[in-house]
Design a protein around this ligand. Structure first.
Ligand SMILES: NC(=O)C1=CN([C@@H]2O[C@H](COP(=O)(O)OP(=O)(O)OC[C@H]3O[C@@H](n4cnc5c(N)ncnc54)[C@H](OP(=O)(O)O)[C@@H]3O)[C@@H](O)[C@H]2O)C=CC1
Ligand SMILES: O=CCCC(=O)O
Length: 291
């Protein structure tokens, strides 16, 4: 089966590599074309444009940074829309808001194509290990067709109904995650400043009711001030922003998420956006001096 893949960042590279390793024929495109080279070494073909990839493939997957990238790849010159036609599928796995997803869905279906949104939970390592959680919504027939690919990229797939539900579910999950990361950072700083060993805090947390893989994985590297990006902080801030907008639409008060968003914005403003989202710890650590 020839599958297209657009966007070979941290996630897209790992996901498309898994498809290749598991017998799929994959045609790839990335805005910075040189990022296709490693995939080509593993047997992928290159499409010169998103349109060229769609033309060749029965369905095409995208994993792009944000709403503006997702829209640009579909609507711009040489974009997906130019070659979408009867029976072709487009699966956007990027984390975007429901409005963006709906705009793409309407455009694809107006040309008799099939659309599925399928954002994922899980980061670089789960992507490499084929252990993502896939939150799909949209055209059920395309979901069924994509199950063999989803089973390679992920450990569990959910079909959540109409377009928008996958995007919303993903934003709710990441809103919780971003808020947790801030509480965790404050806890690490509080432990340190009050004379406790932060490693002991990690051990205690890991044995109690709030033990979780994120604290377990990120805690030790945060204590070492090491933030090699698995999930870039700029994307986490984008997700907080989009989740807060969803809260606005639904009149849901989210003061905890709003405060977490401010911390991520501050981290971006001091140049931490390309580091892992756990680098928000650096801004939590900074003592504000007032005169
Ligand atoms: N990293 C993670 O842990 C997770 C990320 N996600 C989500 O997945 C998506 C991708 O994340 P990730 O791989 O980490 O991000 P990266 O920043 O590593 O990759 C972003 C990708 O988007 C492309 N891109 C950006 N802007 C444009 C544009 N205007 N036109 C075309 N292509 C563009 C980049 O191309 P180029 O190489 O040319 O810059 C690159 O391929 C995001 O929506 C993110 O929120 C979801 C789950 C986990
Ligand atoms: O969107 C990124 C999610 C990262 C994760 O689920 O670990």
């Amino acid at each position: 089966m020839e599958v297209g893949f657009l966007g070979l960042g941290i996630m897209g590279k790992a996901m498309s590599m898994n498809l290749l390793r598991n017998g799929f024929k994959v045609t790839v495109w990335n805005r910075t074309l040189s990022k296709c080279d490693e995939l080509v070494e593993h047997g992928a073909s290159i499409g010169e444009t998103p349109a060229a990839v769609v033309k060749k493939c029965k369905y095409t997957i995208a994993m792009l940074s944000d709403p503006s990238a997702a829209l640009s790849v579909v609507f711009d010159q040489d974009g997906v829309l130019e070659q979408i036609s009867d029976g072709k599928g487009y699966i956007d796995m990027s984390t975007v808001d429901a409005d963006t997803s709906s705009k793409i869905s309407e455009a694809i279906t107006s040309k008799n194509g099939y659309f599925l949104e399928a954002p994922v939970s899980g980061s670089k390592k789960p992507a490499e290990d084929g252990q993502l959680v896939i939150l799909a919504a949209g055209e059920k027939a395309l979901y069924d067709e994509a199950i063999p690919a989803f089973n390679i990229m992920g450990k569990k797939s959910f079909f959540l109904g109409q377009v928008g539900n996958g995007a919303k579910m993903k934003l709710v999950v990441n809103m919780i995650m971003g808020s947790m990361m801030n509480a965790f950072s404050e806890g690490l700083v509080l432990a340190d400043r009050s004379g406790l060993n932060p490693h002991a805090l990690l051990d205690v947390l890991d044995l109690g009711a709030i033990a979780n893989p994120m604290f377990r994985m990120k805690g030790p590297t945060m204590i070492q001030n090491s933030y090699s990006p698995a999930f870039p902080l700029k994307h986490q801030q984008k997700d907080m922003r989009l989740a807060l907008a969803l809260g606005d639409e639904n009149a849901v008060s989210m003061p905890v998420a709003a405060a977490a968003n401010e911390a991520f914005k501050k981290a971006r403003s001091v140049g931490l956006g390309d580091l892992d989202f756990s680098a928000v710890y650096e801004t939590v650590k900074v003592v504000e001096h007032s005169s």
